[in-house]
Design a binder for this molecule. Structure first.
Ligand code: ADP
Length: 367
């Protein structure tokens, strides 16, 4: 186990693509760090530079106390698990798992001991003689994990390891990785485009876009206090509702004026938003912070709005309402007992203590 430090790292590929733009990351010893962002944002390139599979254009990477810029991948003492498993088709599970140890000339009894230990952890003891083509996707992924575990590396680097699995297996393997992590007590860097994986696995999440780090924090901070509009909309399902409007003042109180409705700002936000009076601004509210008024005992008219309910989507444990204010479409996530009529106007209550405001130009969070 080791801490990993990425300092001012940039990667420019041949042809001039700046895939990673001055990235800084501090991954603590035994920490599980998730790099998340849309396809092409530079996650894999960052991971591959840590692994030593990609040259760094500028900047420095340390693993433990060692500057590894010029250390070849095989000498970095890290193990990488890929999306496509990268198993040797002509080798058995045992041979695949022990390959790295055999290359490094480990004694036979040590190889057998480590493979046994890993297969027990992963529940694949019965598969040791099989070839990769005789395994299911989930089993192959376990073998790939096993091959990494037997090395007892200083850190594990995972590049979208669950992307090739079907939805159900993905959820199952997610919890397995969680357990594995608790058991191995080592450092993990995990790349995914899936925000649910990021939220559920990470001690810390790094949200990337266009090669740059947008925010690095623990999952709940990322969710509750996103640094900008991009982070707010990338993390969370359904995505946060965003509406453009204006801050206005009525009888010394500030309101957000969406065009079709006005809602009063909570006192806490007045100080910061006073400077934005009269200006265009972006308002964000998560689907779970909007309620059907019929189920709210106390609501002021100042945070109640009217909107047409266009679609009601029951999901069993909850219901999504697709709403239209006349200017903006938005989604409310309400309790399973809520069944408003479709194509009728309804009253909705917004929890104004939970809303976000973003600068229209910079898209940075104002409050
Ligand atoms: P992500 O993992 O977030 O999907 P990548 O790190 O794979 O993103 O890619 C970041 C950017 O670098 C993309 O624009 C991609 O097209 C580009 N890129 C990746 N690999 C190469 C390469 N070998 N040569 C040139 N450009 C590349």
């Amino acid at each position: 186990m080791a801490q990993i430090s990425v300092r001012d790292v940039t990667k420019i590929y041949k042809g001039g693509v700046k895939a990673v733009d001055n990235v800084n990351l501090g991954i603590e010893n035994k920490e599980f760090m998730v790099l998340v962002g849309p396809s092409g944002c530079g996650k894999s390139t960052t991971l591959r530079m840590i692994a030593g599979l990609e040259e760094i254009s500028s900047g420095k990477i340390w693993i433990g106390n060692r500057l590894v810029n010029d250390v070849p991948a095989k000498d970095r003492d890290i193990a990488m698990v890929f999306q496509n498993y990268a198993l040797y088709p002509h080798m058995s599970v045992f041979e695949n798992m022990s390959f790295g140890l055999r290359l490094r000339k480990y004694p036979k009894h040590e190889i057998v001991r480590r493979v046994q230990e890993a297969t027990e952890i992963l529940g694949i003891k019965h598969l040791l003689e099989r070839r990769p083509r005789q395994l299911s996707g989930g089993e192959r992924q376990r073998v790939a994990l096993g091959r990494a575990i037997v090395r007892k590396p200083q850190a594990f680097l995972f590049d979208e390891p669950l992307s090739n699995l079907d939805a159900k297996l993905r959820v199952q393997m997610r919890t397995e990785i969680h357990k594995l992590r608790l058991r191995l007590q080592t450092t993990f860097v995990y790349v995914t485009h899936d925000q649910t994986e990021a939220m559920t696995l990470g001690d810390k999440i790094v949200v990337m876009k266009d090669g740059k780090v947008q925010q690095c924090a623990d999952p709940m901070t990322i969710y509750d206090k996103p640094a900008n509009k991009f982070v707010a909309s990338f993390i969370g399902s359904p995505p946060i509702n965003l509406m453009q409007g204006r801050i206005i003042k009525k009888e010394r109180k500030l309101y957000f004026d969406e065009g079709k409705f006005q809602v009063k700002l909570v006192e806490d936000m007045h100080r910061v938003l006073a400077a934005h009076e009269g200006k265009e601004i972006i308002f964000g509210i998560r689907a779970e912070d909007i309620y059907d008024k019929l189920f709210v005992s106390e609501a002021s008219t100042e945070n109640t709005i009217r909107a047409a309910c266009e679609v009601v989507e029951p999901l069993g444990s909850e219901v999504y309402l697709y709403l239209n204010s006349g200017k903006n479409m938005f989604i409310a996530r309400v309790g399973a007992h809520n069944r408003p009529e479709v194509n009728r106007d309804m009253d909705l209550v917004l929890d104004m203590s939970k809303v976000h405001f973003f600068d229209r130009e910079t898209e940075k969070t104002i409050v």
